[in-house]
Design a protein around this ligand. Structure first.
Ligand code: 1DF
Ligand code: MN
Length: 356
């Protein structure tokens, strides 16, 4: 059965339901960060993926782009109005992709600190409506580890957002592993969120318009998660938890083939870079990962993921403001699913994972 698309013409306001709706991948931007983006664009040093993504949103006269920019920088009235109109009780906010990951290391570290402070203030203004993820600059892993500690112990945030690759580099490289050590030590899950495609991957996607959220984001972020798994990160950090959006960036659907071909590849010693690991890729997916349905209001996909990972590991997300479709909430409320499982999906899994 093909997915049902949300109604765009005056969808019904979501009904009162016996669970809280907690949306777990909701984006914001600070003006300070956007000012630095503008400097990067003006200097002509932006990579093509970043230019094509935030360069578009920040300069396009289109109604969609201008609306998204207005929503991104609002951490008060407009956002809460949209949450009320779509029946969202709590939004878990993350600095929008690519966050600070396109900046030079020193700027990235200071913008991350500043963004986390601004987010913490917004949460203090609206403590029942907002929670937040700690932004870090992977460019400086030691500073990122310190910021995770500050975010958890001083700012009261219990999760971390990383927007996939950092200037073409992946967290499978052990030089980044201080970040995993800090996340594991503070029991702060890392939300591995998409980024624009890195230069070495962009061309065959961009030439046909498939580089963005339609497909490229999922391919690249799924690749990143697989690199982390096959590099043995979860053998080194067994309590580390990660979160993937967009139905696990399709990895649940791949799980059988990932397991089969990983085993075959390791046994044949085909790649020096693919060493034996303690478990099958699917076991790490089910034991170290949570996934959210951001951007996918589709019962079939959600139920498939629940069947694979268990009903405790699949969470609700909207992906505001990039995908703000009120009717998606109605579609999800109406899933043919027990109230117990729906409550886990919309509310209690998020309360557990993000320690709300
Ligand atoms: C888009 C989608 C942009 C997502 C995003 O950040 C983003 C988009 C700039 O549709 O262009 O985070 N998303 O998560 O799907
Ligand atoms: Mn998103």
């Amino acid at each position: 059965m093909t997915p049902q698309m949300p109604q765009t013409q005056s969808p019904a306001r979501p009904a009162k339901v016996p669970y809280k709706r907690i949306a777990t991948e909701e984006a914001f931007a600070t003006q300070d960060m956007l000012d630095i983006y503008n400097k990067i664009f003006a200097s002509g040093t932006a990579d093509a993926g970043f230019q094509g993504l935030m360069g578009f949103y920040m300069s396009s006269p289109s109604e969609r782009a201008q609306h998204i920019m207005r929503c991104l920088v609002d951490l008060d009235q407009l956002r809460i109005q949209h949450m009320d109109e779509s029946g969202i009780d709590v939004a878990i906010l993350a600095l929008t992709s690519p966050g600070v990951q396109v900046m030079d290391p020193a700027t990235a570290v200071s913008v991350a600190i500043n963004s986390n402070d601004q987010l913490a203030e917004a949460i203090r203004r609206h403590p029942t409506r907002f929670a937040g993820m700690i932004t870090v600059a992977p460019q400086d892993p030691a500073a990122a580890a310190k910021e995770i500690e500050r975010g958890v112990t001083k700012l009261g945030m219990n999760s971390v957002v990383i927007n996939s690759h950092t200037q073409g580099e992946y967290l499978s490289d052990p030089k980044f592993w201080d970040i995993f050590a800090a996340a594991e030590a503070h029991d702060a899950p890392i939300y591995l969120h998409p980024n624009a495609l890195p230069p070495q991957m962009l061309q065959p996607f961009q030439e046909c318009g498939l580089d963005g959220a339609i497909y490229g984001f999922g391919v690249e972020t799924g690749l990143h998660a697989m690199r982390i798994i096959t590099a043995g990160v979860f053998d080194r950090f067994p309590k580390l938890r990660m979160i993937l959006g967009h139905m696990g960036e399709a990895l649940p659907y791949w799980a059988y083939r990932l397991d089969y071909m990983h085993q075959a590849t390791v046994r044949s010693k085909r790649y020096d870079s693919m060493k034996p690991i303690q478990k099958r890729p699917s076991e790490y997916l089910c034991e170290n990962f949570y996934i959210t349905n951001s951007g996918v209001a589709w019962e079939h996909a959600i139920k498939f993921a629940q069947g694979f990972m268990g009903v405790d590991r699949v969470l609700y997300a909207m992906d505001y403001p990039y995908q703000y479709a009120v009717d998606e909430v109605n579609i999800l409320d109406n899933m043919n699913m027990s109230l117990e499982d729906k409550t886990k999906f919309f509310q209690t899994n998020a309360e557990t994972v993000f320690k709300l």
